[in-house]
Design a protein around this ligand. Structure first.
Ligand code: UDH
Length: 287
């Protein structure tokens, strides 16, 4: 048996049993609020078994999947604190084997969320052989821990109801906010488009990629798939992208040549904090 840094058992110990499909420690609906101040030192103390870089491996069972959580990011430190405060305990209760990757767009040029997601996928895979990728906005927190952050046989939309939309979805084919695909599913669709600069559209393009390749999005039951969003104004340098309406009509033509296979970027730095890994990247400029 391996005794490397990733091994969570010593040679003399018995192999761990598989982690249960329905983790017993789950609590169900939770109270989520964004008023109390968050102290990251305290979050760290409350999650002592989370390792450097925001990685966690259950000690009492072997998780079936390794999950990378990819978060596109810029100027949202305040949201990050809430996200970490709520998500680490939830993910630990779910007995997930996971790592948290905050992918930061360097500089003040127009934001490109799709590119950050693609970069997160590739950079996470350089670290661990992840099986499942969950792409999450920093401002979305699940209200029920039975909403399992793992991958399924179809791409998953973890959100069934959002407080922002009166506990509904804005439209039935909405596939943004928190989505999860296995490595094979993400490769099959060539990842996200790299060509959506500014706000909007990359999530609809992503949905089309899934359906055009014959897959179908699944969601949890409405009681379980509830989310709270931290209220905020539109960020600077992430203005509405007026080209999005034309672009999302052309996914079928563009998806094979625009995505993981055409991605260009540079890593500026990578820092492992106790509760997450930060990767700052240069994504270039909108044409
Ligand atoms: N993000 C950043 N920094 C930015 C822009 C986006 O970190 O400057 C990330 C972050 O993870 C965020 C996600 O990208 O959660 C999605 O961006 P968003 O929050 O702007 O998207 P959303 O649809 O925007 O949540 C709602 C803006 C509300 C404006 C309402 C105007 N009518």
């Amino acid at each position: 048996p391996s005794t490397g840094p990733e091994s969570n058992q010593s040679i003399s110990e018995k192999p761990l049993p598989p982690c249960p499909e329905d983790p017993p420690a789950l609590v169900g609906p939770m109270l989520i609020e964004f008023k109390s101040a968050i102290n990251l030192e305290r979050v760290k103390k409350e999650n002592p078994d989370v390792r450097e870089g925001g990685k966690y491996i259950p000690s009492d069972c072997k998780a079936k999947q390794r999950v990378a959580i990819i978060i596109p990011f810029r100027y949202r430190e305040h949201h990050l604190n809430y996200w970490l405060h709520y998500l680490h305990p939830i993910l630990r209760r779910q007995r997930a084997n996971y790592g948290i990757y905050i992918i930061i767009q360097n500089g003040d040029d127009t934001f490109n969320k799709g590119k950050l997601m693609n970069i997160g996928f590739l950079e996470a895979l350089k670290e661990e052989p992840y099986d499942c990728f969950i792409f999450s906005d920093i401002d979305l927190v699940p209200m029920d821990d039975r909403n399992l952050y793992r991958c399924y046989n179809q791409p998953r939309h973890y959100i069934t109801a959002m407080d922002k939309f009166g506990f509904r979805l804005p439209y039935v084919n909405y596939f943004g906010g928190v989505t999860g695909l296995s490595k094979a599913q993400f490769l099959k669709i060539n990842g996200f488009s790299n060509e959506f600069w500014g706000w909007g559209g990359e999530d609809d393009d992503f949905y089309s990629r899934v359906t055009l390749t014959g897959m179908k999005v699944a969601r949890p039951h409405i009681q379980i798939g509830k989310y709270r969003m931290i209220k905020h104004a539109r960020d600077k340098h992430n203005e509405d992208n007026p080209q999005r309406f034309v672009k999302i009509r052309n996914t079928k033509m563009t998806m094979l040549k625009d995505g993981l296979n055409s991605l260009q970027y540079q890593v500026i730095n990578k820092v492992k904090y106790p509760l997450y890994t930060n990767i700052t990247v240069d994504v270039g400029k909108s044409p």
